[in-house]
Design a protein around this ligand. Structure first.
Ligand SMILES: [Zn+2]
Length: 316
């Protein structure tokens, strides 16, 4: 019996581990809460336990883990993970590999989601592909000339922090006027609260202290002027940033994923309208802008597909 290839999607609140069953497919995942507050060793022990439950107690042949933060995939070192205290500079691949007795590779979670979309989702069959995920933050991943592109430091694909407006609000990293400061779910909710505080009339006033981007989406769908404007601003900022990226990379497909992509045309119509503000006509004509295909499973699909890519084909 061949030993399993395993993918792990490590989140700030949930660990998911699954055995690869084919190119881009996996068994039912094992789910465990992430003991983030107990520190990195406790989290890695929880990951190892989930992996062994998924494999029936056998050490995997190889394991790929998606981590929610920038990292060096060659060295297996996490630079930082905002939702995982104590992970700064952590040699996570080496530590987890020693616990499990198998080779471990790390990759940024959004890069793996992009790799999954390229392998069997919206980017299937392309050589040059850009994935953008728009949820509480804005992230992404790129496949260039048929390879996941991570750059010299391993951190490439941070599409959320491209500049869009020097007068724009800062993102949570403090960049003035980056994409995430306008187009993330967090930014949309913050801007809605600021407009209400400034006295603007909107049905969002009824949402109270729990107001989030889903409330803004619902209000926009009901025709609320403030909510529609916030989605138009977010879509336009995304379109301008992606228009610039079309000029730089000339991808065949740009796929928009993450929770805010569920808003559909509320976000996509202003996004598409803004692309030609920046993008040249020829590369834009050769680029399709679509909604991502794999939904919330893309991080785990990407991890299992990356395990197969790095350690040989999965059985099945
Ligand atoms: Zn930023």
């Amino acid at each position: 019996m061949t030993r399993a290839l395993v993918g792990v999607d490590l989140g700030g609140t949930l660990i998911r581990a699954a055995v690869a069953t084919g190119p881009g497919t996996h068994d039912e995942p094992v789910r465990r809460p992430t003991p983030a507050a107990e520190g990195p060793i406790a989290v890695l022990h929880a990951v190892a336990a989930a992996v062994l439950e998924a494999t029936g107690g056998r050490a995997p042949a190889g394991l790929a883990m998606g981590v929610p933060g920038p990292l060096d995939p060659g060295a297996g070192v996490v630079y930082a993970a905002p939702n995982l205290p104590g992970w700064e500079g952590l040699q996570a691949a080496g530590l987890l590999g020693a616990m499990l007795g198998c080779p471990v590779v790390l990759q940024n979670d959004a890069n793996l989601a992009g790799f999954a979309e390229w392998t069997l989702g919206a980017g299937r069959g392309t050589r040059d592909f850009v994935f953008v995920t728009v949820s509480t933050g804005v992230g992404g991943g790129m496949v260039l000339d048929g390879e996941l592109y991570t750059g010299a430091a391993g951190t490439a694909g941070e599409l959320g922090h491209m500049p869009v407006d020097p007068a724009g609000p800062p993102c949570h990293q403090g960049h003035p006027g980056c994409l995430e400061g306008v187009a993330s779910g967090t930014a949309i909710a913050l801007r809605a609260r600021a407009a209400l505080a400034a006295g603007e009339t909107s049905r969002l006033a009824a949402a109270g202290d729990s107001l989030d981007a889903r409330d803004v989406q619902a209000a926009a769908e009901a025709g609320d002027a403030l909510a529609r404007r916030l989605f138009e601003d977010a879509g336009r900022a995304l379109g301008r940033a992606l228009g610039g990226l079309v000029n730089v990379l000339s991808p065949e497909v740009v796929a928009i994923g993450g929770g805010l992509s569920l808003a559909g045309e509320l976000l996509l119509a202003p996004l598409r309208a803004a692309l030609p503000e920046i993008a040249f006509a020829v590369p834009l004509a050769r680029c399709r802008v679509v909604v991502a295909a794999l939904g919330t499973d893309s991080g785990l699909v990407g991890a299992t597909a990356w395990a197969a890519r790095r350690f040989g084909s999965a059985p099945g």
